[in-house]
Design a protein around this ligand. Structure first.
Ligand code: SF4
Ligand code: SF4
Ligand code: SF4
Length: 339
C-alpha cells in the first residue's frame, strides 16, 4: 500500500523575479542558501522514476531563472523524463520555448491573474501581464501545450468570464483555477481574501464557463476546491493524495506530503540525508496522519457530512491554511451549490 509516488511537484528554486501579493511561498529574488543543484535534482528524478513517477511538475519560485536551469533541461532530455513546468512567463523567448519542447515539456503552466490592471497590481510589475500573454503565444507557437493558471481572489473573481475569453483568444488550451489561500504573503493581504458568498459565485461562474468553452478550453477547478465536483473539474478526483501518491520537495531537498503543505511540522526527511524510498516507506506519525483516514476527526462544516469518510474535508493544504488543522474545509462546492 502506498508503494508508489505517482505525482511529484518540486520547488526547483525558491528564487523568483516577481514579488506577487498572493505568493504562498513568500518567494523573493535571492535564492535560499543551499538549494539543490540541477545535478542533485536529476538524481532525485531517477529515484522518483524508480518509485513509479507518472507526473513531474517543476515549480518555484521561477524555475527558469535557476542558475543551472540549462543543465536541468539537458538532464531531463537525456533521461527522457517528461515534465510540466510552471512559470510567470517573464523569461519566455522563442529559444526557451523550443528548448523546453525539445527537453520533454508536456505542459507549460503560465500564471495569469486578470486583465492588465489587476494582474500587474497583484504581481507588482507593470510588464508582467503582457509577458505572461506573450509566453502563452510563444510556447504555443513552439508546439507546447499551454495551460493558464489563475489564483482567484476578491480582486479578480468578478472578471472570470473576461479572463476565459482572453485566455482562449491567446491560445491557452487549459485553464486551472485555484483559490487564494491565506499563507505566505497572501496572509497579510486581506484585500485578497474570499468568503462563502464569493466562493459560491466563483463556482457558478466556472460551471457556466466550462459549458461555454467545453470544446476549446479545458477549464478545471484545482484540488483546493475540495470534494469531487464533476461540474467544476470533470470526474475522477481521488480525494487528497498528499503522502499517498503525491509528494512535494522544496528547494533545499525537504520532502513533504504535498508542496502546498510547506510547513516544518510535515517535513518527512531530507533527500540529502536519506533515499526517497526510505523517506516514503517510513511509518511514523506524520505519514500516518496522511495515510490513515481514521485519524483526522471531522470538524466545522464537515462535521456531520455523509461524504466525510471518503472526502476527509477536502484539500489538507486549505484546511491547514484556514484552521491550522485537518478534517474540515473552509469552503465546500457541494454544500455551496446544493445545500
Ligand atoms: S506567486 Fe509565483 S511568480 Fe509570484 S512571487 Fe510567488 S513564485 Fe514568483
Ligand atoms: S462538507 Fe467537508 S467532508 Fe463533506 S463534502 Fe464538503 S468538504 Fe467534503
Ligand atoms: S493537500 Fe490539497 S493540493 Fe495537496 S494533494 Fe491534497 S488536495 Fe491536492
Amino acid at each position: 500500500m502506498f508503494e508508489e509516488i505517482t505525482n511529484a511537484v518540486v520547488e526547483t528554486t525558491a528564487s523568483c523575479n516577481l514579488n506577487c501579493r498572493h505568493c504562498g511561498s513568500n518567494c523573493v529574488k535571492n535564492t535560499k542558501a543551499n538549494e539543490l543543484t540541477a545535478k542533485e535534482w536529476l538524481l532525485v528524478f531517477d529515484q522518483l522514476r524508480g518509485l513509479g513517477l507518472k507526473q513531474l511538475t517543476l515549480s518555484g519560485g521561477e524555475t527558469t531563472i535557476k542558475d543551472d536551469f540549462p543543465q536541468l533541461l539537458d538532464g531531463l532530455q537525456e533521461k527522457n523524463i517528461g515534465f510540466a513546468l510552471i512559470t510567470n512567463g517573464l523569461t519566455m523567448t522563442d529559444n526557451l520555448a523550443k528548448r523546453l519542447k525539445d527537453a520533454g515539456a508536456r505542459t507549460l503552466g503560465v500564471s495569469v491573474d486578470g486583465n492588465s490592471a489587476i494582474h500587474n497590481y497583484i504581481r507588482g510589475n507593470n510588464r508582467s501581464w503582457l509577458m505572461a500573454l506573450n509566453a502563452i503565444a510563444t510556447a504555443k507557437a513552439a508546439g507546447l501545450r499551454v495551460a493558464a493558471i489563475t489564483t482567484v481572489s476578491r480582486l479578480n473573481y468578478a472578471i472570470l468570464p473576461e479572463l476565459a475569453k482572453l485566455l482562449h483568444k491567446v491560445g491557452a488550451s487549459g485553464w486551472q483555477v485555484q483559490l487564494v489561500s491565506p499563507i505566505g504573503r497572501a496572509k497579510d493581504n486581506s484585500e485578497l481574501a474570499i468568503d462563502e458568498k464569493i466562493f459560491r459565485e466563483i463556482c457558478l461562474a466556472l460551471i457556466k464557463l466550462r459549458n461555454i468553452y467545453q470544446s476549446c478550453l479545458d477549464i478545471r477547478a484545482a484540488d483546493c476546491f475540495g470534494y469531487d465536483c464533476t461540474l467544476l473539474r470533470g470526474p475522477g478526483w481521488p480525494g487528497c493524495t498528499a503522502g499517498k501518491q503525491t509528494i512535494g520537495i522544496d528547494a533545499c531537498g525537504n520532502v513533504l506530503p504535498c508542496l502546498s503543505l510547506m510547513d516544518e511540522r510535515f517535513i518527512l526527511g531530507n533527500i540529502r540525508q536519506k533515499t526517497l524510498k526510505e523517506i516514503w516507506r517510513q511509518d511514523n506519525g506524520i505519514m500516518r496522519l496522511f495515510r490513515d483516514d481514521k485519524i483526522c476527526q471531522a470538524a466545522g462544516i464537515c462535521k456531520n457530512c455523509q461524504k466525510y469518510s471518503w472526502c476527509q474535508g477536502g484539500c489538507k493544504s486549505m484546511a491547514l491554511a484556514h484552521f491550522d488543522k485537518f478534517g474540515q474545509a473552509p469552503f465546500c462546492c457541494i454544500r455551496s451549490l446544493f445545500n
